[in-house]
Design a protein around this ligand. Structure first.
Ligand code: SPV
Ligand code: MG
Length: 291
């Protein structure tokens, strides 16, 4: 778990933890599109929060396809940073697909208190990496590097920038993915995410074996949930992002409780529901409930 020492900012703590010596446990971030989810993440002992484009889009009834704006993300970041001091890593997708839009994303999210921004090389308009009904396309690497440099000039040296490539998602070779990641590092990325949807997890292991680890490696193990963070850490990953599991748990939990309501006619089932106090405390940590 990330330890908190006095005046260090969340961004500095995250940077230090990601660059800890080989063998240190990886940082575990979890997708939280609301303070309700962040309160669960805190209780469970996660090290960082991920503001997921997919989760935030879904929570607003929008497709994960470059429809969200920087303000939508900044609103979530402000809520999370107001609630807790865990580092917040923000998925900015392709930051709107231009250097001008990248500048605005960087500006608003840094001001909202983001500890790290994750920029991906999907072409505008992006789609989710797991979309079955749309196809991801990859952006011109010169543009992505220019966006990265623009973002760096806005956020300064402290906020981390993660360079993410969708090369493997669009079925390019691992060597292409590694080259693109390396170019992003040359442009100023502090860490690299080579996304994979190989359900066996073999691709993720190959990535870790072939990356030269000049900057820390990040993974989003949605497609290979059988690989524990211990295994991913042993393979060389420094940050494991659990991008959407809490939203999926919330949907299945709500579904179970709602089905039971339909069967029995009541919601009064203390076993399955968190307390009213749990909800009150998301807005006011000292709150108590009279119920
Ligand atoms: C997200 O959480 O929005 C991500 C991760 O970018 S993934 O959905 O795996 O693309
Ligand atoms: Mg995303």
């Amino acid at each position: 778990m990330l330890t908190f020492t006095g005046s260090e900012t969340p961004a500095t703590r995250l940077r230090t933890a990601l660059n800890a010596p080989t063998g240190s446990p990886p940082v575990r971030a979890v997708g939280t599109s609301s303070v309700l989810a962040a309160s669960v993440a805190m209780e469970a002992g996660f090290d960082a929060l991920w503001v997921s484009g997919l989760e935030v889009s879904a929570s607003r009834g929008l497709p994960d396809a470059n429809v969200l704006g920087s303000r939508d993300l900044a609103d979530v970041v402000l809520a999370l940073t107001g609630f807790c001091d865990l580092p917040v890593v923000v998925d900015v997708d392709n930051a709107g697909g231009s250097t001008l839009t990248a500048r605005r994303y960087a500006n608003e999210l840094a001001r909202a208190g983001a500890a790290a921004l994750c920029l991906e090389d999907s072409a505008y308009p992006k789609c989710n990496s797991f979309s079955g009904h749309r196809e991801q396309r990859i952006a011109d690497l010169e543009l992505v590097c220019a966006q990265l440099m623009e973002m760096r000039s806005v956020v300064g040296p402290e906020t981390m920038i993660i360079g993410r490539t969708e090369s493997l998602i669009v079925q390019l070779d691992l060597s292409v993915a590694l080259d693109r990641a390396a170019r992003m590092v040359d442009a100023g990325a502090d860490a690299v995410l080579i996304h994979s949807k190989d359900p066996a997890g073999r691709e993720a292991l190959q990535v870790a074996a072939r990356w030269d680890h000049r900057v820390p490696l990040v993974t989003v193990p949605t497609a290979f949930p059988h690989m524990s963070w211990h295994m991913l850490g042993d393979a060389g990953y420094r940050l494991c992002i659990y991008a959407n599991q809490l939203s999926r748990a919330a949907i299945s939990g709500m579904r179970r409780v709602a089905e039971r309501f339909v069967e029995t006619g009541v919601f009064d089932d203390g076993e399955r529901l968190a307390s009213v106090q749990d909800v009150l405390r998301c807005g006011e940590p000292e709150a108590t409930a009279s119920l």
